[in-house]
Ligand binder design. Structure first.
Ligand SMILES: NC(=O)C1=CN([C@@H]2O[C@H](COP(=O)(O)OP(=O)(O)OC[C@H]3O[C@@H](n4cnc5c(N)ncnc54)[C@H](O)[C@@H]3O)[C@@H](O)[C@H]2O)C=CC1
Ligand SMILES: O=C([O-])CC(=O)C(=O)O
Length: 272
């Protein structure tokens, strides 16, 4: 049975830990780290099989696990991915936006090859990545329109540079329109899905993103349109937000759990 370490004990990390604890995923969660000791402790208290809380990420990376699940932040990926790969651990990354920085992507690709390790990127809060990958050589355009409640967008770097107060948004408002590259920089905890689309398809400059704040919505909605020589498709996902983090959709957690079930050998390998 695979031994797993967890980096980040928030909304996604907690649900994954519970899925392992309940036997839904055939793995053993043995070590965890979160820079909030409170969050790590709260998670351990809620589990039957108690993992060890490591003092820092270096000790998590060096712990006797087969793989590490990153469910923390883009900064965590930037700062810690090399340490994890150098310690010869496979890794599942949720904060995929970090990989749109070419130097980080190079570290990941070189690290995987050099240390013979695997990096998994679950499909997160969207569906349709199988289709995007299949038609990647025939794509002319990929656009993503993401709509969330202003409270789900609150705290994003975007609001440091643009004088809009999310608390004062009273009707649907387009906050951002541009490349996926810039979108993940301005909204690092909201639009990792744009990074997944970019990596699967046209890259981060050509993948176009629109972010809308809608005070009347109770969903995190992602609308994807792809067009090219193959034809076109449009996909709309209306996600229920996670109760503990409105930025994050329930589907993102469920996709991570499904990805882990596949890695740990307990589900059929369905789809491309
Ligand atoms: N790929 C996808 O489709 C999706 C990706 N995400 C991303 O997944 C990540 C986790 O999401 P949630 O669990 O909802 O976030 P969360 O905010 O609920 O939990 C993150 C946890 O990680 C900890 N943390 C943050 N940075 C850290 C660091 N550098 N070192 C150690 N601990 C750190 C925080 O203290 C917190 O406990 C986020 O980056 C989020 O943006 C979220 C939804 C969809
Ligand atoms: O969960 C979602 O709806 C999308 C999200 O936060 C992300 O991609 O970072």
């Amino acid at each position: 049975m695979k031994r797993v370490g967890l980096l980040g004990c928030g909304a996604i990390g907690t649900e994954i830990a519970h899925a392992i604890d309940s036997g839904k995923i055939s793995a053993k969660l043995t070590h965890i780290y979160d820079f909030s000791k409170e969050n790590s402790k709260k998670l351990v208290d809620s589990l039957t099989a108690k993992p060890i809380i490591t003092e820092n990420v270096g000790l998590l990376a060096a712990s006797p696990v087969d793989m590490i699940i990153e469910a923390a932040s883009q900064d965590a990926v930037r700062d810690d991915i090399l340490t994890i790969l150098q310690n010869r651990k496979d890794v599942m990354i949720m904060s995929v936006g970090a990989l749109l920085d070419e130097s980080i992507l190079d570290i990941v690709l070189d690290g995987c090859e050099h240390f013979n390790k695997k990096v998994y990127l679950p499909s997160g809060a969207i569906v349709g990545l199988d289709g995007i990958r299949a038609v990647q050589d025939e794509l002319d355009s990929v656009t993503l329109v993401t709509t969330k409640h202003p409270k789900a967008l609150k705290g994003a770097k975007f609001f440091e540079s643009y004088k809009i107060d999310p608390d004062n948004i009273t009707s649907p408002t387009v906050l951002y329109q541009g490349s996926a590259q810039e979108a993940v920089r301005l909204f690092p905890a909201n639009i990792n899905v744009a990074a997944l689309l970019s990596l699967a398809g046209l890259g981060s400059q050509k993948t176009q993103v629109k972010i809308v704040a809608d005070p009347k919505t109770d969903k995190n909605t992602h609308e994807i349109q792809a067009e090219g020589k193959f034809g076109k498709f449009a996909i709309k996902v209306e996600n229920v937000p996670s109760p503990s983090n409105p930025k994050t959709s329930r589907l993102a957690t469920l996709a991570a759990i499904e990805c882990l079930k596949k890695i740990c050998g307990t589900s059929l390998n369905i789809g491309t």
